[in-house]
Ligand binder design. Structure first.
Ligand code: GRF
Length: 194
């Protein structure tokens, strides 16, 4: 299977995904693309030998569909079977999402369906949750709402800040996403719980 990964920043999840696709793994990374040419993950992907592309979304501030038409060019050229969003911070239109229906994954830093959207750790702390975590789900036109493929849980510790909780969750993201991608690429669809 050919996997394209979309990032917006440092790409720590992308790095773990690329590093996992070796040996007898049924998938290989064929592209890392970003909406920001300055995304640190692009250089790391290039160093790992993965082709990269950057489409700055800012010139298309008013026209999301025009940005996506540009973003689609390198993606379609790479002929991916699976698209992984990994720290990708642009909302995609239903038109884009439907092109990859059933084969686009995203990692979200909360135990969905709790806390879709942003500032998930701050919201979990403010709610007094004793547990937090991350979710890998199939991407559907509704933000952070598709079928859940895997989840990992962490305890909330007293004195946690959004930053300390985010760091604890990120460690689990780096375990969960590669595990879910490998199963997904092999056609397995059971829920993975770490
Ligand atoms: C992570 O919290 C991830 O859950 C969210 O974006 C953040 C940064 O991800 N999707 P990465 O380090 O760029 O992979």
């Amino acid at each position: 299977k050919r996997v394209a990964i979309l990032i917006s920043g440092g790409g720590s999840n992308m790095i773990k995904l690329v590093e996992s696709m070796v040996g007898d793994h049924p998938a290989r990374a064929v592209l890392v693309a970003s909406n920001d040419a300055a995304a640190g993950g692009l250089e790391k992907a290039a160093r790992m030998g993965v082709p990269t592309a950057a489409i700055d979304h800012r010139p298309y501030a008013k026209d999301r569909a025009a940005f996506e038409a540009e973003l689609l060019k390198p993606i379609l050229a790479a002929e991916p079977d699976i698209l992984c969003l990994a720290g990708f911070m642009r909302v995609l239109t239903p038109g884009f999402v439907e092109r990859f229906s059933g084969r686009m994954l995203n990692i979200h830093p909360s135990l969905l369906p709790k806390y879709p959207g942003l500032h998930t750790h701050k919201r979990a702390l403010e709610a007094g949750d004793t547990e937090a975590g991350c979710t890998v789900h199939e991407v559907t036109p509704v933000l952070d709402d598709g079928p859940i493929l895997g989840q990992a849980r962490v305890p909330v510790e007293t004195g946690d800040t959004p930053e300390t909780l985010a760091a604890r969750v990120l460690v689990q993201e780096h375990r969960l996403y590669p595990a879910v991608l490998r199963a997904f690429a092999q056609g397995e669809r059971g829920l993975i719980t770490l």
